[in-house]
Design a protein around this ligand. Structure first.
Ligand SMILES: N[C@@H](CCC(=O)N[C@@H](CS)C(=O)NCC(=O)O)C(=O)O
Length: 276
């Protein structure tokens, strides 16, 4: 944790707490951002709908971000409590990333997760920013429902109940269709961006990680840790760019730091298919 100075200005970080769980993809999106921005925070590990989460989010969903800007001197002054990852994302971009940059004292800042608006290239830079929002929203509202509850969670529940592989495969047929459609859309975004980049590792927008990658990765990392993922993310299959992107992203520091306790980690520990 950071050690704020008692004579601090508003630039001090104070204390940031993240309520959530490593198995939660939405929590992992925010943790990835914290690591990317090099922001120290306290991980408060709580599952959805627990009293600790409900105290801050009436819906009981995770993640929840709490920022105590005047901590440790005054824990309760101007406390910011945010649930809904899109709101947390805005706050990280607008407040915490800036404070983190101010604390770096000259060392290079990580690239922003939302690319800046460039008044000299208003249309192009607005389009880039909108594409980051578009993919982030798509991940949260279409890719997540297609892959997590309809495929990954079904497999895990059936495995837990001792179902045989044959029955699991039959039960997942419909989910596989939805997953293929979701991956097809993501493949299209990666193809579009690849056309604009001359070289370098592939990201969803531009040539550095953005919120788009941070929203998609936790879901696809879970998928990659299942037998279905091995088929759908085959490098010679129908979504080769997505397959390569997952492999590349898994090697980034922020992905490694948020791996412990994630679904891929737990599956690996249980000896089930998993490599992300
Ligand atoms: N729209 C919310 C979704 C958060 C969400 O669904 N989180 C999951 C964990 S990954 C959860 O709390 N699920 C419990 C439930 O759906 O009852 C956000 O963006 O933060």
């Amino acid at each position: 944790m950071t050690t704020p100075d008692i004579h601090s200005t508003s630039e001090e970080l104070g204390i940031v707490e993240l309520y959530g769980a490593p198995i939660s993809t939405f929590t992992r999106t925010i943790s990835l951002a914290m690591h990317h921005l090099n922001l120290p925070y306290i991980a408060r590990q709580h599952l959805p709908h627990t009293p600790q989460v409900r105290e801050h989010n009436p819906l009981g969903l995770i993640p929840v971000l709490i920022h105590r800007p005047h901590a440790p001197f005054d824990l309760n002054k101007d406390v910011v409590v945010l649930y809904e990852s899109a709101a947390v994302k805005s706050y990280l971009d607008d407040a915490l990333a800036g404070i983190a940059a101010g604390r770096r004292h000259g060392s290079a800042s990580p690239p922003p997760l939302t690319p800046p608006l460039d008044r000299a290239h208003l249309v192009t830079s607005s389009h880039t920013r909108a594409t980051v929002s578009q993919i982030s929203s798509l991940a949260a509202t279409s890719v997540f429902p297609a892959l997590e509850p309809k495929l990954i969670k079904v497999r895990q529940a059936m495995e837990g109940n001792g179902a045989d592989e044959e029955s699991i495969k039959v039960a997942l047929e419909e989910g596989m269709e939805g997953a293929r459609s979701a991956l097809h859309i993501l493949e299209g975004f990666l193809e579009e961006n690849a056309k604009k980049q001359s070289s370098g590792p592939l990201y969803f927008v531009g040539n550095t990680p953005t919120w788009a990658d941070l929203y998609v990765y936790p879901i696809l990392a879970d998928l990659a840790a299942t037998p279905e993922g091995k088929t759908l993310l085959d490098p010679n299959g129908k979504a080769p760019k997505v397959a390569a992107w997952v492999q590349h992203f898994a090697g980034l520091d922020m992905a490694k730091k948020t791996y412990p306790g994630s679904v891929p980690d737990l599956r690996k520990q249980e000896g089930k298919a998993g490599h992300q």
